[in-house]
Design a protein around this ligand. Structure first.
Ligand SMILES: C[S@@+](CC[C@H](N)C(=O)[O-])C[C@H]1O[C@@H](n2cnc3c(N)ncnc32)[C@H](O)[C@@H]1O
Length: 472
């Protein structure tokens, strides 16, 4: 019999004892994760599922996971999405980003050109894009490249899109200049920022994958809120691997307290009000000969991926005007006028929202709603505005009204899914996103999906698939 017992007995509630220890050891070996009740249960379920899919017994599947080959590496990447926690947002911890912008990047910008900046464990990309936005304020165009990596391939797919719900901007204050707020229901990263960032799937607990393919060393590495999920041994190994990837003079930034109890060898800690950073002394450049610039450039260029062409946006289309079945022409005319006026108000509200004047936007959207209460659109816009000031319950009510008026409204379904995500009601968000995905089936991909956000059906489709963890 295999060293690892049959997992058939391992139902989520019963993960314990020997099985607990074996799965826990596997989790640490494969992803560096500290075992919790939730991830052990997810691992047990996933093993059962994957073994069944491959037509092999569960013990054989566990043997495969615990082996050291390419198949094991691939398998860990395949199951990582159900085992990891991807909570993130743009400009998370603004004081730290202020430090990066005002002190750290200006201090290292003379080290080399281009500077390589790495967001290790970037989840859906918000941290990598934040880094690119901050870098673009300090460094000349073309003088830096950002790499974003994560073990969760679904998160990397979403990162490449660079489209988020407005909730991703929570707490950003005035730091929005590098982003395009293309609408009220979605946030799109500006193409100029996207061009400076590349993403790849990468397991930080795979010792053989350092530095990530196509790179040699980095002048700045940020790895935050990743080590907190790891065992002490895995943290120690990861900090050492990241240290080895730093160029002389380069900086490592970890999350608050994530290096506690670990001696960060070879780096010098520097304390700032916003947090502690670790710098590799420049003197090490003499001890460890740096590779020639040409080799370095070759290695880096080899791993580059093609950058998407900027997408051509289409102009906004007015919503369909109802009222064609009315009996009296005068009523029809008046209703037509009110609908047009309501639509004009709605456009005005959307533009006020984009300019950040949400109070005026809310007033204008309410006026549009009074003029045309039977259209779902003002309700959806109001819901987006209410959610942006955390009035989640009122936002949900507004969306339920919109869906009462049009149960198939794409903007209403998208907003409701996004709202449930913000409210951390995961299963409901998944249910709504799946419903929306079914609603999009058969629609032309280049048709507008969200009236005020320049997001096409094709883009929304891909976004939903990645949110739902489906392969493209
Ligand atoms: C809580 S998120 C943090 C995201 C971002 N760094 C931030 O601070 O907002 C943690 C991320 O670490 C990733 N992660 C966990 N274990 C990893 C591993 N072994 N290799 C690479 N990424 C990992 C998860 O997939 C998840 O996306």
């Amino acid at each position: 019999m295999s060293a690892i017992s049959n997992l058939k007995a391992l139902r989520p509630a019963s993960v314990g004892g020997d099985e607990h220890r074996r799965l826990g050891a596997l989790l640490q070996q494969g992803l560096g994760l500290a075992p919790t009740r939730a991830n052990l249960s997810a691992l047990a379920d996933e093993c059962r599922h994957r073994a069944h899919g491959m037509g092999i017994a569960e013990p054989a599947y566990l043997d495969l996971l615990s082996s050291d080959g390419t198949s094991a590496r691939t398998e860990w990447l395949a199951i990582a999405p159900v085992l990891t926690v991807g909570e993130t947002f743009l400009f998370r911890d603004p004081a730290l980003w202020d430090l990066v912008e005002t002190r750290l990047l200006p201090g290292i910008k003379a080290l080399t050109r281009p500077l390589w900046l790495w967001s290790a464990g970037c989840s859906t990309g918000e941290e990598a894009y934040t880094l690119a936005i901050v870098a673009s304020r300090v460094l000349a165009p073309g003088s830096f490249t950002v790499l974003g990596t994560d073990v969760n391939s679904n998160a990397i797919t979403a990162a490449r899109f660079g489209v988020y719900t407005p909730w991703s901007l929570r707490g950003t204050g005035t730091t929005r200049d590098g982003l395009v707020l293309s609408g009220t229901q979605a946030v799109r990263i500006h193409d100029d920022v996207k061009k400076t960032v590349r993403f790849q799937t990468h397991n930080l607990s795979d010792a053989s994958s350092f530095p990530p393919p196509g790179t040699l060393s980095f002048e700045y590495i940020v790895c935050r809120n990743v080590l907190i999920y790891m065992t002490q041994n895995a943290r120690t190994d990861l900090i050492s691997a990241l240290t080895n990837c730093l160029s002389p003079g380069g900086i490592l930034m970890l999350g608050h307290g994530e290096a506690s109890g670990i001696s960060v060898n070879g780096l010098k800690a520097e304390a700032y009000d916003a947090g502690v950073i670790y710098r590799k002394p420049l003197r090490q450049a003499l001890a460890v000969a740096a590779p020639p610039a040409s080799a370095r450039t070759r290695a880096r260029a080899g791993g580059r991926v093609a950058v998407e062409d900027p997408r051509t946006r289409k102009s906004q289309k007015p919503p369909a005007i109802g009222g064609q079945y009315r009996a009296f022409e005068s009523i029809q005319r008046r209703e037509g006028e009110e609908t047009s006026r309501a639509h004009a108000l709605l456009l005005e509200a959307a533009s006020q929202a984009r300019a950040g004047d949400t109070a005026s936007a809310e007033r204008t959207a309410t006026a549009a709603l009074v003029l045309n209460p039977l259209s779902p659109e003002p309700h959806v816009l109001l819901a987006a505005l209410l959610a942006s000031r955390d009035a989640f319950d009122d936002s949900e009510k507004a969306l339920k009204r919109a869906l009462f008026l049009d149960p198939a409204s794409i903007p209403a379904l998208w907003q409701l899914g996004a709202l449930y995500k913000m409210m951390k009601r995961g299963p409901q968000a998944t249910f709504i996103f799946a419903r929306l995905l079914a609603r999009l089936e058969g629609l032309p991909p280049d048709q507008d999906a969200l009236p005020f956000d320049n997001l096409s059906i094709g883009e929304l489709n891909a976004l939903l698939r990645s949110a739902l963890g489906e392969t493209q």
